[in-house]
Design a protein around this ligand. Structure first.
Ligand code: ZN
Ligand code: ZN
Length: 247
């Protein structure tokens, strides 16, 4: 009997799960009969998927009365260099646990669930399918420390899951090893990011293609906007952004 690669992977995973049952990244319980692999059946429904109406810049949903607005309070003053922004989920609870595992605990396995949530969500899947996905770059030193750039890995997983001509193009490089952005306000972030990004050596922009910048989380939008400005200056006309979480 010959096994297909897909079937072999499934069997391998089933065996692995029997020997080392996965535990939920959010609550620590065993993951059984869950739509996700690293979030249990109790925590999975706690992930808040974003549905329209939402801010056309960052993708944050409008709750209640504010559905007439285009830009939310997070984005006032951002002056986006990109067209539209979408996000799949709110960055809290189990969604936050997945990103933390991916970014800070060398947990590349969390990517599987993050990609599942993005690809399985029409709101983001339709937005991304067929586009050229441009991951937000990491500085070389950080990438060495982490072992990978989570935005590149995410973009690759999305291209694979979405099909339809969706491709990853690594057009950007991060030249400056900026200090962490966490404790800075928007103005400080913008100054911190000035000239941090550049076109990657040999990068070619195909102006007639739609490009979508990919990152794990939309916080103030400063990083994505700095990347978008570089792509715009290089002649990119049709440019949007998409993140997994907003928070
Ligand atoms: Zn759980
Ligand atoms: Zn917004």
């Amino acid at each position: 009997m010959k096994l297909s690669a897909q079937r072999a992977r499934e069997l391998g995973r089933a065996l692995c799960d029997t020997v080392f049952p996965p535990s939920c990244l959010n609550c620590g319980d065993l993951v059984e009969a869950s739509p996700l692999r690293h979030v249990c059946a109790v925590c999975a429904p706690l992930i808040q998927r974003v549905e329209p109406p939402c801010c056309s810049c960052c993708g944050h949903p409008f709750f209640g009365e504010a559905s007439g607005e285009r830009i939310c309070v997070h984005c006032e003053g951002l002056l986006p260099a990109f067209g539209e922004g979408r996000t799949a989920v709110l960055f809290k609870g189990p969604a936050r646990a997945l990103v933390h595992e991916l970014k800070y605990r060398h947990g590349l396995h969390a990517l599987e669930d993050i990609a599942t949530l993005l690809v399985g969500h029409t709101h983001t899947a339709e937005f991304l399918r067929g586009a050229l996905l441009v991951p937000v770059p990491l500085h070389k030193r950080k990438q060495r420390e982490r072992g990978y750039n989570q935005a590149v890995e995410l973009a690759r997983a999305l291209a694979l899951g979405l099909g339809g001509g969706t491709r990853v193009v690594e057009l950007l490089a991060r030249d400056t090893d900026t200090q962490t952005q966490t404790n800075l306000d928007r103005k400080e972030r913008r100054a911190n990011l000035k000239n941090a990004f550049a076109l990657a050596p040999g990068a070619v922009i195909t102006t007639d293609h739609r490009h979508v910048l990919i990152d794990d989380v939309f916080t103030t939008g400063s990083t994505l906007n700095a990347c978008a400005a570089v792509l715009r200056r290089a002649g990119c006309l049709n440019l949007d952004v998409c993140t997994f979480g907003h928070g």
